[in-house]
Design a protein around this ligand. Structure first.
Ligand code: GLC
Length: 766
């Protein structure tokens, strides 16, 4: 396609290669991150994922070789050949990743006659294509590749031999492995081989395609219908370093407010404020900890965004204020579709400002969502984002503590928006084809900015649709799953892959959104939800209600046990988010992230790590009361019994309905809070440390859990060290937050000791 190389030049850190039929550019961003670019559509990157200057201004050298150009950084050697073929080597000259030199070998096309038969019986017939994509990169498969990441795709952890698409989609059918796309487009994957690991981020917002060796085992590829050839090759010594580099580029999940890490209850179908009040009261009556209640579309007046349904929800804000007195925080849903109704302020303002997407003929584009005929804010326009951000004030003034952005693929009931619907890309017109995959991302960004401006605390935004980089602004959930065991099983690889894709703050609808949950399924789901960053029980109108007390005493007690456990572990979860802001590592991690040489971890779909210290092995099959557990290398302790286990072993753990097997690594010091009903109920002046034998250290982080003061040093950091001889030390590393812990409670092998703390180093003999 590019032909032979004619010349090259190096200017401002960019190597430009002139080929017979086009130009290619290689830009080392850091020693480990290399951008490969060709302006197949426009001169600029126009990235929606990468913000700010990420080029570190590193030194690199460029050397002309007989048949290629060699670009060398401290970590990588990039060889560029004719036809813009690019190969990457590490500094020991080991090949990491090479472009495939042959042509793609398309599969057998299905005949029209055969397709007719398939359609006749109602089969979904995939589009047949034996053409290369407008933009396409084909990489040689070396043999033992496993692929991880790619956002919220269905199926198992390892994506080898599957193909996917990036086109944000709201498909209400039960999600299965056959789905090519769901709500999010995260065009980033990690390739793991026995002797190396690297990542590729294809920063192209158009409908794109990823084939991880399905078409042929000789190669894998990514391509798109339009846009630039624009990808980043990301190297690193191990998987955590790849994630760190990817999130250096696209941003990291910032530290959330502490309460958001507690438990959330939601339902589409709380139709009156009385209903919501009753649910909240029941939680308190039953002593089940909970912080947050979500109001779905029912709270709005005729599903008009930024309005209040006074008839069923009373005076605007009264419900929120009453709940707040009892420790509840309220999150409200906001969809992008603005009801087409003259006289409705948001519609009128948007029309007056020209804020909505238009047809190519210049008319406001109309489709339908919950309010009926609706129009779609043009979030690619910074003026529209500011307007949207300002609209958050209405919610903040009512006392709302978080905003849930839904339907922002964007979903539309009268068919998908045509590709030529006119949108804006910052300073220039563009179309739906270009903006579709970033629509939810930009909506969440606007929401974040608005909450930050009007509330001032760390914004809590939840979104359904995402693009790479959304993690800077928002948490996300996996959309409309169903109360199916398969969906509980899928939750583990799906959440783990999202975490590897930079989206750290994520969760599923616990219990399942659609279909009817069984007591057993809800119990097992809470045992997974307890460890997922976003822990929210949510369900659909028309399905069985899902509050924990509706299924008998046993289910109630199991829900309570795991929600209480979540609250005990809040400081651990919060520490993981503090770490995430520095490293990009999500709290919920696949085993492979920390044990990448372990063959068993490569395809481990039934277990996950919480941080690096805890391993969770939930039962996700109906009727099972035993779990085959695999522990990677090292010594582990059973969380419930304290039993010592040697790693690199499979064994069977009894797991009756109320037991989720959990293991803690030797040498761990696990911080816990004392029981609470909600964050803010009482001062968190005591920290409990569960100490597990071995050598280890742990950094614990503490702040006010709400505002941005931590960014200017208003936090405390403690270091706990345990030595194999049984010495434990507690030391203050940083003091910037005025509320130091007053007391530490040490638990070790069933013994409990208490120590007052004044800021001076404590040395304890266990
Ligand atoms: C969508 C959301 C779901 C929500 C419903 C009604 O289906 O995914 O969570 O409850 O819309 O707003």
């Amino acid at each position: 396609m590019f032909g032979n190389r004619k010349a090259y030049e190096v200017k401002e850190g960019v190597v430009t290669l002139f080929f017979e039929k086009g130009i290619g550019q290689i830009t080392p961003y850091t020693d480990e991150i290399i951008n490969v670019f060709s302006p197949t559509m426009c001169e600029e990157h126009r990235s929606k994922a990468i913000e700010g200057e990420k080029k570190a201004g590193i030194h690199f050298s460029v050397t002309e070789r007989i048949d290629h150009l060699e670009i060398t950084t401290a970590a990588l050697k990039v060889c560029v050949y004719d036809d813009f073929k690019v190969d990457f080597y590490d500094k020991e000259d080991r090949l990491l990743c090479a472009d495939y030199r042959g042509d793609r070998k398309f599969g057998m096309a299905i005949s029209e006659k055969c397709l007719e038969f398939l359609r006749a019986e109602g089969h979904d017939v995939p589009e047949q294509s034996d053409e290369n994509y407008a933009v396409q990169v084909v990489k040689k498969m070396e043999g033992d590749e496993c692929f991880y990441g790619l956002g919220d795709k269905t199926g198992f952890l390892n994506k080898r031999h599957y193909d996917y698409e990036m086109w944000n989609s709201d498909n209400p059918q039960a999600h299965t492995d056959a789905f090519k796309a769901l709500y999010k487009s995260i065009p980033f994957f990690i390739t793991l081989r026995r002797d190396c690991v690297y990542g590729i981020f294809f920063d192209n917002t158009y409908h794109s395609y990823f084939d991880m060796g399905k078409e042929k085992d000789d190669y894998f590829f990514f391509g798109a219908n339009a846009g630039n050839l624009d990808y980043y090759f990301i190297a690193g010594v191990n998987m955590p370093q790849i994630v760190k580099n990817y999130t250096y580029l696209t941003g990291r999940t910032p530290l959330p407010q502490l309460f958001t890490l507690g438990y959330h209850q939601s339902r589409w179908g709380y139709e009156t404020s009385a209903d919501v009040r009753a649910v909240a009261a029941k939680y308190r009556d039953l002593d089940i900890p909970i912080d947050t209640i979500h109001l779905d579309i029912d709270y709005m007046d005729q599903y008009k965004v930024f309005t209040w349904n006074e008839q069923d929800f009373g005076e605007p804000g009264a419900l929120i204020k009453d709940l707040a007195r009892d420790g509840f925080k309220v999150v409200t849903i906001i969809d992008p579709g603005v009801k087409l109704e003259e006289g409705y302020a948001k519609y009128d303002e948007g029309i007056a400002g020209g804020y909505f997407a238009k047809t190519p003929e210049g008319e406001t584009y109309v489709n339908a969502v919950w309010p009926g005929d609706a129009v779609f804010p043009d979030f690619g326009n910074p003026v529209v984002r500011n307007w949207w951000a300002d609209n958050q004030k209405y919610l903040v003034d009512l006392g709302v503590r978080g905003v849930w952005n839904d339907m922002n693929e964007p979903a539309s009931f009268r068919g998908e928006l045509p590709e030529d619907v006119v949108f804006t890309d910052e300073d220039q017109p563009t179309n739906h084809a270009a903006m579709h995959n970033v629509y939810g991302h930009l909506m969440a960004k606007a929401t974040y900015e608005g909450l930050k401006k009007y509330d001032g605390r760390r914004p809590f935004v939840i979104t359904r649709a995402c693009y790479s980089g959304s993690q800077k602004y928002t948490t996300a959930w996996t959309g409309d799953n169903q109360s199916l065991w398969e969906h509980l099983q899928m939750a583990i690889p799906q959440l783990c892959n999202m975490g590897l894709s930079g989206l750290a703050y994520i969760g599923t609808d616990v219990g399942g959104f659609g279909a009817d949950v069984t007591p057993e399924l809800l119990s097992r789901w809470v045992e997974v939800g307890c460890f997922s960053p976003l822990f929210r029980n949510h369900s659909s109108k028309g399905s069985t209600r899902q509050e924990p007390w509706l299924f008998g005493e046993e289910t109630l007690q199991i829900n309570k046990k795991y929600i209480e456990l979540r609250y005990k572990l809040l400081p651990y979860m919060y520490d993981l988010f503090w770490e995430c802001e520095k490293t990009g590592l999500a709290p919920m991690r696949p085993l492979i992230l920390h044990y990448e040489k372990d063959e068993e971890a490569k395809n481990e779909n039934g277990e996950f790590l919480l941080g690096s210290k805890m391993l969770v092995a939930p039962v996700v099959e109906q009727g099972q009361t035993h779990k085959m557990v695999y522990l990677p290398e090292g010594v582990w302790y059973d969380y419930w019994t304290g039993e010592k286990k040697e790693g690199k072993n499979f064994f069977i753990r009894e797991a009756p309905l109320d037991v989720c097997p959990i293991y803690v690594k030797a040498g761990t010091i696990l911080p816990n809070y004392e029981p609470m009903h909600y964050v803010g109920e009482h001062e968190l002046d005591t920290l409990i440390l569960d100490v597990y034998d071995g050598n280890g250290s742990y950094i614990h982080y503490q702040d006010n859990g709400e505002d941005f003061g931590y960014q200017s040093g208003e936090y405390n950091q403690y270091e706990f060290v345990i030595l194999a001889d049984g010495t434990l030390t507690i030391d203050l590393l940083h003091q910037g937050y005025d509320k130091l812990y007053k007391k530490f409670i040490i638990r070790h092998k069933g013994h409990t000791q208490e120590f007052a703390f004044t800021g001076k180093k404590l040395t304890i003999w266990l």
